[in-house]
Design a protein around this ligand. Sequence first.
Ligand SMILES: [Zn+2]
Length: 216
Amino acid sequence: MVVTEGDRTSYSGVVRGRTGGRVLHSPHGGSFVFDAGAVCLDFAHTGGEGEYAIFETLHEPADLAEWLAQPPLAAVVTVPVTARELADAKALRQAIWDAAHARAADRPLPADAVATINRAAAAPPLVPALTSDTTAGWVPPVRARQALSTLAREMIELLSGPLAERIRECAGDDCPLVFVDLSRPGSRRWCAMERCGNRHKLRALRARRRTERRGA
Ligand SMILES: [Zn+2]
């Protein structure tokens, strides 16, 4: 179900609350806040394979625990993350990344990505728990595998729901960041204004000046 709150459109995902985005660090220095619009998509940007290996942030099981503990997922594991769970997390991350890019490009979803997402989703997910002060938490024991299932289920809901067509790759040159556009008019183009948006504005401004000089 799609709900509208303020100027944003969001969906009642299996993950509670909106993601406020995550700070991404460039291996070449610098950082910026990137909001992928869904926690599963945020998770897809924690690193990668091949050319993206330099962006890796999940080096050891404790790194995964720390990522999962951040809001809005706020899944503080009560059972230490295993090396196997970390490996499965990276496989799920790659599958989410591949599926999101395929959807953004209107290509069929890769079969192996679908299989990996379904396998992760088949595990028992995090179980929500209400406390008497009306805050929500997760029923212990909280395991990383459950959190991965919750992320995989969110991705399934996203890909099969009305916002699937809002999954986009950043319009910046050579910027592979992928997000779900939750703006009401559906006009989001950039991973982050302070990154690709401003670069684009600057380039457009320079091009206009060049044209004006030629015309003068
Ligand atoms: Zn970008």
